[in-house]
Design a protein around this ligand. Sequence first.
Ligand SMILES: Cc1ncc(COP(=O)(O)O)c(C=O)c1O
Length: 468
Amino acid sequence: MNKQQTPLVDALAAYIDKNRLRQHMPGHKGEAAGWLAQFGALSAWDVTEADGLDDLHAPEGAIAEAAALLAQAVGARQAHLLVNGATVGIQAAILAACAPGETLLLPRNAHRAAWSALALGDISPLWLPVAMSDDGLPLGITPLQLDEALTADPQVKAVFLVYPSFYGVCVDMAGLLAVCRRHGVISIVDEAHGAHFPFISPQKSAVRLGADLVIDSWHKSMGSLGQTAVLLNNTDLQPERWLTLLQTSSPSYPLLASLDAARADWCAYTEERAQKIAADRKNLADTLRQTANLRLVGADDLPQCYNYDETKTLLYSVCGHSGWQIADVLREVGVEPEFADNRHVLFLLTYAGPEDERQRLAAALLAADKLLDELKPQQAVLPLQQMPLPDAKLRPFAAAHAPVEWLPMQQAVGRVAAGLITPYPPGIPWIGPGEVVSAGLVVRLAELLAAGGRVQGLRDNLLPVIIA
Ligand SMILES: Cc1ncc(COP(=O)(O)O)c(C=O)c1O
């Protein structure tokens, strides 16, 4: 097979061409009728495991070929196509690496998917605090920090690394993987936000740097449909045993085929796409230099051992406007950012976008800057330090099985949390099941809510705790 081929797209097209009278699921039978009319041709493509279309849970035809081509394109031994996001890839990788009771080392900015794997597999977490930059940007962990932690706890079975972060910060992956190898632990890299690395920055790709298991969320930056992602395996571990336990028995073929199509496009247009993204970033940087209020975070703003993924564009106001204020004025001028937090706003630069995107974005940023001139900065004074690691009383598995009550936040202090409490965005939990709610956490949550932040896991501002 060559990299221009799209076996899964072709198998699906061939099935549609047979024009069989569909007496199978999905129940719409491929008709673009009723509400499905607005999806047009997609209705016909929306099939699951029909005749000749292989089986996601035992692939040996078109799905296996599409996965092999993807693995080859990114330099991995094996690839698994995912229809439940990077989330299911993270879960399967962790469950394949750690048995119940074994220890997984994680940075505190791990995505909630890692927490769910801890709970599903009764795995013991060893958390590492994540450093913050001087202006409140979560950074990551360093090779030295990892080395010290692994030396202090030789029981650790696997290490989970986040790379790049949602904010675009890249840890020293080569250094961290070298430490993992030295200590003989399995490395799992959550590269959800870096699926483009193997194509436009191969020297940064976790697989090429020798990671054991890597999860890439293709829907985030590669152009495949929402929910699609890939789990890459360079080991003899068998994450597919877990994927088959965790993924749906009716995978959506448009989702799977979109991975095949996106991979072929990336193989064909790698150079053009890399140039387009670099030109987009330059355009943004040039425009922002003309504004009074807005600036771009780049590698130079980070401590030396961190790098930056230049497909992310992280803006902040030098005049002290909050990220939420910036996002509001951007919406007024017709731009929807990826996310905003207390201080920052994030844009994604991808291979896609309308032809006049650069001009429109430049005009909108200049207009937003004028609106910010008129707006009194309201940056909430949230502490810039990462929260201290909470005490843990139970493993996430035991906590997930315990009875729950919902308490006003103040009354929850000293009690054991029953769920994840996660500022969203960026979706990184502040506390998880089994950990003790501290007075400091409650103060921080109240400040965040008062400043306009959103928090997942609360219900009418009540916090879930375990009934002792
Ligand atoms: C760092 C990180 N890892 C994993 C995920 C999960 O990705 P998905 O939405 O594809 O399940 C996210 C989601 O935003 C994320 O930010």
